[in-house]
Design a protein around this ligand. Structure first.
Ligand SMILES: *[C@@H]1O[C@H](CO)[C@@H](O)[C@H](O)[C@H]1NC(C)=O
Ligand SMILES: *[C@@H]1O[C@H](CO)[C@@H](O)[C@H](O)[C@H]1NC(C)=O
Ligand SMILES: *[C@@H]1O[C@H](CO)[C@@H](O)[C@H](O)[C@H]1NC(C)=O
Ligand SMILES: *[C@@H]1O[C@H](CO)[C@@H](O)[C@H](O)[C@H]1NC(C)=O
Ligand SMILES: [Ca+2]
Ligand SMILES: [Ca+2]
Length: 832
């Protein structure tokens, strides 16, 4: 029985119960040990008490610093202009009164009063008088929660307190306070970057970051611009230029508030980095005040912003009754960010024998952090359905001649809103001349049974008979044949991929071959393209093969696509050198939706090649300051003109709209040399590639950037998504678009495509099919870029538009020069 007892003792010892332990020890040991035991107990007790005291002082008594930011309304006081100047005697006098009022009600609560350190009045605005303040508290940790609770309930606090004084000097109401980061309140004492501006009637007021545009904005700074307008006005604020540090968690940022207090529940927007020109940077307030703050970290040199604001009368009502056959309506001030705390109701009524539908052409009602499934903050509501988030064009149809559209925005964070139209239609023929989706949307008749789901519910692709250009899926869908065997399940039941998938315990090579899993990474190229030997060892050198990446040192590594992926794979780092390519300057998402128009700066490597008197003839890609990559067939002799003569050509860079060739950001260059591939065959279009040298280097900018050239071993697998861009003109002539077009496309299985194109493909060609775009869209130019977005977000040139109409069309594969198989030649010619 002795053994179990020992174990008991051991276990009890862990519990730190000195009294019980001592009893057991007393029983066992002789008397002499009692003394030692007592000493031990006393020691343990002292330790315990010390520990408790240390804990008490460290964690219970040492106060937590808390700052609350807020505002309140003073009812019995008239506003003076001098209240906008915090150094004026009038300001100081009223601030003193408000401060003592705030002190008064803070001290009327035993949860708040004892911990109040100080209150600072930061600003006043009109209406009657609104006072903005922050209050600092030093509160023991264990009282923190009750303080928070009492502060959140200040409304009742004020009510309790006001009547207690028979003649309160200031009658206050609408007191609000929100906890804020103490550092923001502390640095607010530093007045070096604090500005107060009042809108002037009928005038635009401009302000900038300190030093703009000649010097970067300060580091470690906290700047405030308090913007005010007359009572019953609201403020419209626009950032004309904005260039901050790229957004990360601790990067510099601007926050705009619909209040003079920088509190999160009234934040309108957080801005960082830079924005594509299509992104609207105009913000509306719901009151006559706005606060712009700039918070910067300790490093970086960026220009900052230039902004302007003006006042406009407050909207009386939003929405209204809309009658007639059709019409349009938008959120207030569209495309500016709609004001917060706004409710609009549109009652739409079309002639009584018709039905009505609403088509939302643009829809941006996105709240950061709010799932679009809940729509708890800002939303559009029709009947009982709420819509929010960012949505592509959609239609809501009613079964009668009336429809009610509601719009609600809450106190914080706004977006650009929506632009909608309402249309009346005959219930018997809702889409005259067009096909009607079951959702009510009208689409072009040619989109019916073409293999693409144009109706979101797929109703355009039901009950179709497949053509001989189409593959019949097991589930009945018809899909273009070129989507067969591209590793993408287009049918939905995978039946387009069944005939070419590999058995369960085998590996599918990039070229489609199946090999047993056991032959993967065995050092032998079983696939024939090396894809079974890629990414086998991490970082170690492997014997050099055709398909292994060769570092500058001559060592080879086994990793697929190691170039510029942000990881150092070569010992000498040569895989990460010369990586200033393939990145857009405007990282923020473009807001051009619907259609294939590109935004300014979206494809900064796109070049337009013009011939004097003929305009835009071919596209090209910028790959360095002086070199372009284009197609050899652009420079063939045609109708007696020697297009290979460099002096005929002019290159336009940074161009989006052909009509805007004199734009400030557009760069033009003369051509020094044109080198076409010596094996170019003008009958088969094999080796359709050329490199073009500019007479003088271009200057990289937000709209002019080079694209990355892939290594010859780079893998662009079948089924990969790529982008093609161009103005849609071809050498053969024909007028193109004036805005740069884009289309998302996908690599097609080479053998499938070769069959569709009756054996015309060579290993220097690759075949793509379009994924997005209308039926008769023509996006892409001979010589123009086909780019892939790699996992690192960097873009690589995968191909050059060659033949197959040059245009990317829905039901025709396009043929591109395969860059990887021509890569060594490019290097020989350009050194790149
Ligand atoms: C603010 O008030 C102070 C003190 O009266 C005065 O010196 C200063 O010029 C005023 N500032 C402005 C911008 O009016
Ligand atoms: C943003 O919206 C405002 C207000 O409607 C408009 O004046 C401005 O041109 C818009 N800016 C852009 C870039 O669309
Ligand atoms: C809204 O509800 C009414 C009555 O229930 C119905 O007739 C109408 O079609 C509905 N409208 C929409 C757009 O769903
Ligand atoms: C291409 O299609 C053929 C069948 O036509 C198939 O055998 C091959 O595996 C496919 N290639 C790829 C890469 O999937
Ligand atoms: Ca379709
Ligand atoms: Ca497929």
């Amino acid at each position: 029985a002795g053994k179990p007892k020992d174990m008991n003792n051991l276990e009890e010892g862990v519990e730190f119960l000195p009294a019980m332990n001592s009893k057991k020890m007393e029983k066992r040991g002789p008397k002499r040990r009692v003394v030692i035991t007592v000493v031990v107990i006393v020691f343990l007790l002292i330790s315990l008490v010390t520990g408790l005291l240390v804990w008490h002082f460290k964690y219970r008594n040492v106060p937590v610093r808390k700052v609350f930011n807020g505002h309140l309304r003073v009812l019995n006081w008239d506003f003076l202009d001098a209240y906008e100047n915090s150094s004026s005697p009038d300001f100081i006098m009223l601030a003193k009164k408000v401060r003592s009022t705030v002190r008064g009600f803070l001290h009327s609560s035993s949860y708040i009063g004892p911990y109040h350190k100080e209150t600072v009045i930061t600003a006043f605005s009109e209406g009657s008088v609104i006072a903005y303040y922050w209050s600092e508290f030093h509160v023991p940790k264990y009282r923190e929660e009750s303080l928070d609770r009492a502060m959140a309930d200040k409304q009742s606090l004020v009510q309790r307190w006001n009547p207690r004084l028979r003649n309160p000097m200031l009658k206050v109401e609408s007191v609000v306070a929100f906890p804020v980061d103490p550092s923001i309140a502390y640095s607010a004492r530093d007045k070096s970057c604090v500005f107060a501006l009042h809108a002037k009637e009928g005038e635009i007021t401009t302000f900038t970051t300190p030093g703009f545009p000649n010097s970067p904005y300060p580091n470690n700074a906290l700047c405030y611009w308090a913007l005010r307008a007359d009572a019953n006005s609201i403020i419209s604020l626009t950032f004309k230029t904005l260039e901050l540090e790229q957004c990360t968690d601790d990067s510099d940022y601007i926050k705009v508030y619909n209040s003079l207090s920088p509190v999160e529940p009234h934040a309108l927007v957080r801005l960082c980095g830079n924005y594509a020109p299509s992104y609207n940077l105009t913000f509306l307030s719901s009151q006559n005040v706005m606060l712009v703050t700039l918070v910067t970290n300790k490093e970086g040199r960026f220009p900052g912003f230039k902004a302007e604001f003006f006042q406009l009368p407050k909207m009386k009502v939003c929405g209204g009754t809309l009658k007639g056959e059709s019409g349009t309506f938008t959120t207030p001030y569209y495309p500016a960010h709609y004001p917060p705390a706004t409710d609009c109701v549109w009652n739409i009524e079309v002639p009584s024998k018709k039905n009505v539908k609403v088509r939302f052409n643009m829809f941006f009602v996105l709240e950061p952090g709010i799932p679009v499934s809940s729509c708890t903050k800002d939303y559009v509501q029709i009947n009982s359905t709420k819509y929010c988030g960012e949505r592509p064009q959609f239609v809501v149809a009613s079964t009668n001649n009336k429809i009610e559209v509601r719009f609600h925005s809450d106190q914080s964070y706004t977006d650009t809103g929506f632009s909608a139209e309402y249309l009346s239609y005959d219930s018997s023929d809702p889409c005259p001349g067009k096909f009607t989706c079951n959702t009510g949307r009208c689409i072009d008749r040619s989109m019916r049974c073409d293999g693409w789901l144009d109706c979101v519910d797929g109703s355009d692709e039901r009950s179709c008979t497949c053509t001989d250009q189409q593959f019949r899926c097991q589930n009945g869908w018809c899909k273009p044949k070129f989507w067969v065997c591209d590793n993408v399940n287009d049918c939905g039941d995978n039946s387009d991929e069944l005939q070419c998938s590999c058995a369960a315990d085998s590996f599918k090579c990039n070229n489609g071959k199946c090999i047993p899993d056991t032959r993967k990474c065995d050092g032998k190229d079983d696939c024939g393209d090396g894809s079974d030997e890629g990414s086998c060892s991490n970082g170690e050198a492997v014997p050099c093969k055709e398909y292994t990446y060769k570092c500058r040192s001559g060592r080879c590594i086994s990793k697929q696509n190691p170039e510029c992926d942000g990881e150092r794979d070569c010992e000498d780092n040569s895989d990460e050198e010369n990586c200033n390519c393939g990145i857009r300057s405007y990282v923020r998402k473009s807001r051009i939706v619907g259609g294939q128009n590109s935004d300014v700066g979206e494809w900064p490597w796109q070049v337009s090649l013009h011939v004097k008197g003929q305009g835009h003839i071919c596209g090209a890609s910028l790959v360095s300051e002086t070199w372009l990559v284009s197609a050899a067939h652009c420079f063939l002799q045609l109708q007696g003109i020697r297009y290979s003569d460099p002096s005929l050509w002019t290159a336009y860079l940074g161009l989006t709209n052909q009509g805007n060739r004199n734009g400030a950001n557009v760069q033009t260059r003369k051509i020094k040399r044109i080198i076409s591939h010596p094996f170019f065959n003008d009958y088969t279009y094999d080796y359709d590639i050329a490199v073009v040298e500019l007479q003088s280097p271009v200057t990289f900018s937000s709209v002019v950037q080079p694209i990355c050239l892939p290594d010859a071993t780079h893998s662009f697998p079948v089924g990969k998504d790529l982008w093609v861009t161009g103005w849609g003109a071809t050498v053969e002539g024909g007028s193109g678009a004036s805005i740069l077009q884009k289309a998302e496309i996908r690599l097609i299985n080479q053998s499938v495509c070769n069959e569709l194109l009756t054996d015309q493909l060579t290993p220097r060609m690759m075949c793509v099919g379009i994924l997005t775009g209308g039926v008769d869209a023509c996006q892409g130019d001979s010589g123009g870029p086909l780019v892939s977005v790699e996992p690192s977000n960097r873009m690589f040139l995968a191909g050059v538009v060659s033949w197959g109409d040059g245009c990317a069309q829905r039901n025709k594969p396009g043929v591109y020069s395969r860059l990887t198989s021509l890569r060594d030649w490019i290097k020989e010619q350009t050194g790149l």
